[in-house]
Structures are given as structure tokens and as C-alpha cells.
Design a protein around this ligand. Structure first.
Ligand SMILES: *[C@@H]1O[C@H](CO)[C@@H](O)[C@H](O)[C@H]1NC(C)=O
Length: 305
């Protein structure tokens, strides 16, 4: 195509896509049916993972639940069954170990079938200044929050591509969009998770495998216990998020094939500002919203819950 024709085409399509997204702000997109899908959730033994399991159960999906904590996992299985899950399969898996991910993934493929919705949700946080963070825990953060995504994609993406049907869901964080003091390794792992999921989405589009969808989720701090101790500076403007609200938003985004989900909405504004403001101005805003020292009162998930 010659340059002028292609430029014209792109301008027309740009305007069309812009109008389309404006329309979808007013008219909600249709939600796809997920009954019959095989949904794998890592880190299903607590927090958002557990809530997603319960919600997908009530939508009629077959559940494959992974966690490293047997007790938490059992409780999620019970809740999912009470909420109508036809089939629930649970597996102990240490997502920080590549061999464990591959071993359990093979077991899932044999015992349940091909996973069609993969939710990489398992995550850990140290919450210390970088120089106070033990090397082994820094490594574990990268292994669980990022590298487990590589291995689960390697295990389950081929079947999705073959069928041109599937959904890759990455539960990242607003810490995957903006650096935060005392979260350096966590931010690194979440930036990586966002970049990875976005790149695979691009690969699917260039391969014309548009039946394989991607949803990247970037929530602000959620009150699940993972960030125990952290408080909102201005709860009315930027509150800590209610876990059930976040889980509901995630389910809706997945069912509408939304590629990127930032929660709460003010994060879209803040990210837009950060993209062109000076660092000094950005820091002023981050301080105003309490993000600079947000990790000071951090205690982290209590050992037993
Ligand atoms: C979890 O459930 C399994 C199967 O029902 C049972 O064998 C196991 O003892 C339970 N473990 C814990 C820690 O609750």
C-alpha cells in the first residue's frame, strides 16, 4: 500500500477506535460466558485468588486451584463447592520452582484437560528497603511474581494457540507502573509481569491468534492482608481497595476481554500525568497521595491466617 493510502487508513481507523471506546464508556460491553472453561488460578489459597475462585465457580467454570498452602487451598475448595462449582481440582504447587510448575502443569493436563483461562495471581512481597532485603527473598519475589508466569505460559499457551481460544490473566499491580520506595524488587517483578503479558499479547496479535485474549490487572493496595499495616493517607480520594470489589472488577474485565485494568480509576489519570510531568512534579503528587512513604507502617501478612 502506498504511504498516503496507509496514512489515510490509519487516521480513519484511529478515529473509529476512539469513538468505539467512547461508546463502550456508556454502553457496557457484552460479557462472555465462561461456563465450561477450565480456569487455573495460582495462589488460590487466600486473598484475591480465593475470591476469583468462588466467583468463577458460581459462573459454572471448572476450577483448577494452585497454592503452596494446603490449609488455605482446602478452604477455597470448600467455598467454591458451596458456590456451585461442578468440578474443583486443587494442587499443591510451589510457583517459585520451575520444575514444580511444569510437573503440576503436566498433572493438570492429564487429569483435567487444557486450561483455557490462566490466572497468574500468586504473589509475594518483602516490603523492605532494597539493601535490607535478603538475596534469597529478592530472588523468590522474581521467581513467584514474574518467572512463574513464563513457565505457566510455556505449559498452557500452546493448547490455547492451537485452538485459537484462551485467556491469559496477569494479576500485576499499580507497582508495575510506578516505582515505590521499599518495594524495589516487588516493583521490578510487577513491571516485568506487565511487560511480559503485554508482549505475549502483541505476539498473539502478530500470529493472528486473536482468540487468545490478555487481561493485565494493576490494582492499588488491596486490604487482603498481603499489605497488612499499610494505610490510605486520604481514604476518600485513594482508599485501600476492598478485595471483593477488585475481584468483581477482574471478573468483568475478563468477561469483556479488556486488555488493561487499573483500579481505582484515578490511576489512569495519575499514569497519564506521570507520562509527561517532570519527576519533581510527579514526586509532589506521589507524596500528596501518600505513595512515597506508603510502606513505612507495612507489617505484611500475618504468619497464620
Ligand atoms: C486438605 O484436604 C485433603 C483432601 O480432602 C485432606 O486429605 C487434607 O488432610 C486436608 N489438609 C489440610 C491441611 O486441611
Amino acid at each position: 500500500m502506498n504511504f498516503f493510502l496507509e496514512t489515510l487508513k490509519v487516521i480513519v481507523l484511529l478515529v473509529y477506535y476512539l469513538l468505539e471506546s467512547l461508546v463502550f464508556l456508556v454502553v457496557p460491553k457484552r460479557k462472555k460466558n465462561v461456563s465450561g472453561e477450565i480456569v487455573l488460578i495460582t495462589g488460590a489459597g487466600s486473598g484475591i485468588g480465593r475470591l476469583l475462585a468462588v466467583k468463577f465457580a458460581s459462573l459454572g467454570a471448572t476450577l483448577v486451584l494452585w497454592d503452596i498452602n494446603q490449609e488455605g487451598l482446602n478452604y477455597t475448595v470448600r467455598l467454591a463447592k458451596e458456590n456451585g462449582a461442578g468440578r474443583v481440582h486443587s494442587y499443591i504447587c510451589d510457583c517459585s520452582k520451575r520444575q514444580d510448575v511444569y510437573r503440576v502443569a503436566d498433572q493438570v493436563k492429564k487429569e483435567v484437560g487444557d486450561v483455557s483461562i490462566l490466572i497468574n495471581n500468586a504473589g509475594i512481597v518483602i516490603g523492605k528497603r532494597f539493601l535490607d532485603s535478603p538475596d534469597s527473598l529478592v530472588e523468590k519475589t522474581m521467581e513467584v511474581n514474574t518467572m512463574a508466569h513464563f513457565w505457566t505460559y510455556k505449559a498452557f499457551l500452546p493448547a490455547m494457540i492451537a485452538a485459537n481460544h484462551g485467556h491469559l490473566v496477569s494479576i500485576a499491580s499499580s507497582a508495575g507502573l510506578c516505582g515505590v520506595s521499599q518495594l524495589s524488587d516487588y516493583c521490578a517483578s510487577k513491571f516485568a509481569a506487565v511487560g511480559f503479558a503485554e508482549s505475549i499479547d502483541m505476539e498473539m496479535r502478530t500470529l493472528r491468534k486473536t482468540g487468545v485474549k490478555t487481561t493485565i490487572v494493576c490494582p492499588y493496595v488491596i486490604n487482603t492482608g498481603m499489605f497488612d499495616g499499610v494505610k490510605a493517607k486520604w481514604p476518600r480520594v485513594l482508599p485501600l481497595l476492598d478485595a471483593d470489589y477488585v475481584a468483581e472488577k477482574i471478573i468483568t474485565a475478563v468477561r469483556q476481554n479488556q486488555e488493561m485494568l487499573l483500579i481505582p480509576r484515578i490511576l489512569y489519570v495519575l499514569c497519564f500525568l506521570k507520562s509527561f510531568l517532570s519527576v519533581k512534579a510527579t514526586v509532589l503528587l506521589l507524596d500528596y497521595f501518600g505513595s512515597l512513604e506508603i510502606m513505612n507502617p507495612f507489617k505484611g501478612r500475618p504468619k497464620k491466617e
